[in-house]
Design a protein around this ligand. Structure first.
Ligand code: OOG
Ligand code: NI
Length: 477
């Protein structure tokens, strides 16, 4: 008899559940956040039954989380990539937060996530993963770089047994139950907050440069920094958390609330309370102390934007900044809403027609063929206008560097230091891919492939050729 294998997605879903349980014990405010998120989602589904599942099933959204972790070296990054591969999570997108943040955030990042549609629908767990830019001289002097490297090289974040099980799961596309159990135990434990004493002097030396550097390089293990639930109405969530006495950061990051389509990603967060840790002080004594580096975050996801749509988004953000500088008394959200109304279409159909958003298409239930079949390629716009095809938005599955920087920043205690007289070390998707040992996918390529596949399926189902007059990419092979 063959034992039933746990598939990658089952491992991924189980891992997300275990992390969530562990993190809830470590940071009780997270449990409150999850409760309030579930309430908000339930209420939204009752009030708007037709909209609630527009960007993903309620089952998906309820289970949906993203995590954030931080590692110190290319070796650690490549190890964590092996663990995520076992869970069907692959690197997507490159984020350089060193430039995006005003305070000192010396990291470069990617996100590990499922990449195909079915896998995302099964469980979309993703982890924003940052690596300390140890060799960036703007943050670390050569002498400190040496000590930092030596410290990071002697620690082990992921035991050999865990890595071996991860490689096996990757090779065998899953694991038998007993091995899966062991793998999940070890994987979850590697992200647990350690009770090992923190070397006070070393930690504070790094903290003066950057709280993020201290969180990564000042301790001998790693931990989950935050776990983020997804809500269908982030403004409502914000209000309800404040009503419960939890102070949120000043503003929701990303696009404003407005009456048109929600695009990309809106996020907000709150400072976690002081956490008790054990310290080893300079005189050798061991005693209690507190650290405050973890926080709670929540997000609302919108429609993925095409590269032109994304350029427009970046311009709208820049325009918002410009107007805010001119009118510092107004709130960012008010200005952003005004800018949105001026430049973004009010309907999804128009977002699609202008080639700004990513959509998939499917034949309407009663469409078997079209009057124009057999007369050459039919324009996509005509098929949508005539109701032969229906469009469905593709959810944005990634992150926003500026929001990520804002989230990092709003949860830091001090500004830290960055010496801009030095040239920063350059990192890009290619160099980070080489460190990870796997290519980092471009998010736009993944959305675009999903869109093209849906158009091809429509062509097959209707027996016609479709002329893509929205994005212009040829769909026939
Ligand atoms: C990651 C911050 C970025 C997000 O949601 O944009 C992030 C971190 O704090 O390690 O999680
Ligand atoms: Ni986050």
């Amino acid at each position: 008899m063959t034992t039933p294998h746990l598939a990658r997605w089952e491992l991924r879903a189980a891992f997300a559940r275990r992390l969530s349980a562990m993190y809830g014990e470590e940071v009780p405010a997270y449990t409150t956040l999850v409760e309030v998120s579930e309430e908000v989602n339930r209420d939204f589904a009752t009030a708007h039954p037709d909209l609630a599942e527009h960007l993903g099933s309620i089952a998906r959204v309820t289970a949906e989380r993203h995590g954030a972790i931080r590692v110190g070296t290319p070796t650690e990054l490549s190890q964590v990539a092996r663990i995520f591969a076992a869970l069907g999570m692959y690197p997507v997108g490159f984020y350089d937060l060193r430039e995006a943040a005003a305070s000192s955030v010396p990291v470069v990042s990617t996100a590990f996530r499922p990449t195909d549609r079915e896998e995302l629908a099964r469980n979309p767990f993703r982890v924003f993963t940052s690596m300390l830019a140890v060799d960036d001289p703007r943050f670390f002097t050569p002498e400190l770089q040496e000590r930092l490297r030596a410290f990071l090289e002697q620690r082990t974040l992921f035991p050999e047994e865990l890595l071996a099980l991860a490689d096996r799961a990757d090779a065998e596309d899953g694991l038998p139950p007993e091995d899966a159990e062991r793998f999940l135990d070890l994987a979850t434990a590697s992200f647990q907050l350690s009770d090992e004493p923190v070397e006070e002097t070393w930690y504070r030396e790094l903290e003066a440069i950057s709280a993020v550097a201290a969180d990564i390089g000042g301790v001998s293990s790693t931990h989950i920094n935050h776990l983020t639930p997804r809500v269908l109405d982030i403004d409502e969530l914000y209000q309800r958390m404040e009503d419960r006495g939890i102070t949120m950061i000043d503003e929701v990051q990303g696009p404003p609330a407005w009456e048109g389509p929600d695009v990309l990603l809106r996020q907000t967060s709150f400072r976690a309370l002081d956490e008790h840790r054990t310290f080893r002080f300079p005189d050798g004594s061991i005693g209690p102390g507190t650290l405050r580096v973890r926080f709670g975050e929540v997000e609302q996801r919108g429609i993925a934007l095409t590269p032109p749509g994304r350029d427009l988004y970046d311009q709208l953000i820049a325009e918002t900044d410009r107007r805010l500088a001119e009118h510092p008394k107004r709130t960012r959200t008010d200005i952003a809403r005004e800018v949105w109304r001026e430049h973004l279409p009010l309907t999804e159909a128009e977002l699609d027609a202008r080639g700004l958003g990513f959509f998939t298409y499917r034949p309407a239930d009663d469409a078997t063929s079209t009057p124009t079949a057999g007369q050459g390629a039919v324009p996509l716009s005509a098929l949508l206008r005539d109701g032969v095809l229906l469009a469905e938005p593709i959810v944005y599955e990634d992150f926003l560097p500026r929001s990520a920087a804002g989230i990092f920043q709003s949860n830091l205690t001090g500004e830290g230091t960055r010496d801009n007289r030095h040239q920063g070390t350059s990192y890009d998707a290619a160099s980070l891919s080489a460190m990870i040992g796997r290519p980092i996918a471009d998010p736009a390529d993944l959305y675009s492939a999903q869109r093209s596949a849906s158009l091809e399926a429509c062509e097959k189902a209707l027996g016609i050729e479709i002329l893509d007059d929205y994005l212009g990419t040829p769909t026939t092979t």
